[in-house]
Ligand binder design. Structure first.
Ligand SMILES: [Zn+2]
Length: 391
């Protein structure tokens, strides 16, 4: 048994507790949350700083870890995608080593669970043996070609079958983005999933996405031409791209919209009216890396949206650290309070991935991981803030 205490404890599910004490068993299961005066000081592990629960990273592509630093920054999404596609051949050993290192770094950085996009099986063995819980989203796309949906689904379903679902890991079939998934492929993905699962989709990462759906114009027309997929059959919906996703996804799963850089309040409200299990993953450092833009977080606060935090991949980020994502939001949009950021980084992410029974907050019966965090005197994040794993 351990009795762990620090200057302040942030359970997330309850108000902060100055000098709170967490009693855990040797495996990190929280047995009780109490106050310091109930204990003999000699029996306590006492730290300076704040104790917070472990982080949940709701968006990553672990299988792209080997491409760290290869894509130039600030190019916007389509040139970024062209660069990524151009880098195809890497030795498998290099790919697997990079996955191993990135996974270990995420654990060291206090991450307990990851929502991870996979197109391949490269990460499966690593996930089977990781202390991190992985929700693998096997991602499918057919470039809006209904007649390719059947073969696309069959190919990726093989990847789905091989993905890790051991040791608490989970998996689902997911659409890549509104601009790459045909109605027929959406239908097949829906059939493969069941209520309660989590389905993720990239959403409104670039202004071009809305342009395609509103007026069938902009950079995506060239993108389709370049990859040789006809768009003659595609009719503009005259609405923002998220409406196409809402029309074709099932509202009885948890749905995680990822990026949301150009998402407006009316988009959020439309999704909230469609389902009460909608989550909004933000990946600020990747947005800065690729598009040199950030979502307007006021839209999400004003609409009561359930925001979560992701790192995206090392192809579009400098590190896989939820704390670094929180610092970026605090630096650029400092009106978001620390406790709100912390909830995005922990409990909201656990709910999005269906791990809220064990992770995301410091409560009796959970095994959330415990992190020591140094804050400024006014309990704000500073660029020197770091986390250290206590459990
Ligand atoms: Zn992504």
């Amino acid at each position: 048994m351990r009795k762990i205490t620090a200057d302040i404890l942030f359970p997330v599910s309850a108000a902060p507790i100055p000098e709170g004490v967490i009693i855990t068993d040797d495996q990190g299961l929280v047995l009780d949350v109490t106050s310091r005066n109930e204990h003999d000081p000699a029996s306590l592990e006492t730290y300076q700083g704040a104790i917070i629960p472990g982080f949940v990273n709701t968006h990553c592509h672990l299988e792209l870890s080997h491409m760290k630093g290869l894509a130039p920054t600030g190019t916007t999404l389509l040139p970024f995608l062209y660069t990524v596609v151009a880098y195809r051949e890497f030795p498998m050993e290099e790919i697997l080593d990079a996955i191993e290192i990135a996974g270990r770094d995420m654990y060291e950085a206090g991450i307990m669970a990851v929502g991870d996009i996979s197109n391949k099986l490269d990460t499966s063995a690593h996930k089977d043996n990781s202390p991190i819980l992985y929700y693998t989203f096997v991602e499918m796309f057919d470039f809006l070609q209904n007649d390719l949906a059947e073969s696309t689904f069959a190919r990726y379903y093989e990847v789905y079958k091989g993905q890790s679902d051991r040791n608490g890991n989970r998996k689902s079939c997911v659409p890549h983005a509104p601009y790459t998934v045909s109605p027929e492929l959406f239908r097949r993905i829906n059939q493969a999933n069941t209520p309660g699962q989590t389905v993720s989709i990239h959403n409104q990462e670039t202004p071009l996405e809305n342009e395609l759906f509103r007026t069938k114009s902009g950079g995506f027309l060239d993108f389709y031409k370049k990859f040789g997929f006809p768009l003659d059959h595609f009719l503009p919906t005259h609405k923002s791209s998220i409406h196409y996703a809402l029309e074709h996804m099932r509202p009885d799963t948890r749905v995680l919209f990822v990026h949301n850089t150009t998402t407006q309040p009316e988009d959020i409200r439309a999704a909230q009216a469609w389902s009460d299990q909608v989550f909004w993953a933000t990946c600020p450092n990747a947005n800065l890396y690729i598009e040199n833009a950030l979502p307007n977080y006021r839209h999400f606060l004003d609409t009561g949206a359930t925001v979560t935090i992701g790192t995206d991949s090392l192809t579009s980020n400098w590190q896989l650290s939820i704390l670094e994502e929180m610092k970026t939001i605090a630096r650029y949009q400092s009106y978001v309070p620390f406790e709100t950021l912390l909830q995005w980084a922990t409990l909201n992410g656990a709910r999005a991935l269906g791990y809220e029974d064990t992770l995301g907050s410091i409560e009796t019966g959970k095994k959330p991981g415990l992190l020591l965090l140094n804050l400024e005197a006014d309990l704000k994040l500073h660029h020197t803030s770091q986390v250290r794993r206590l459990v």
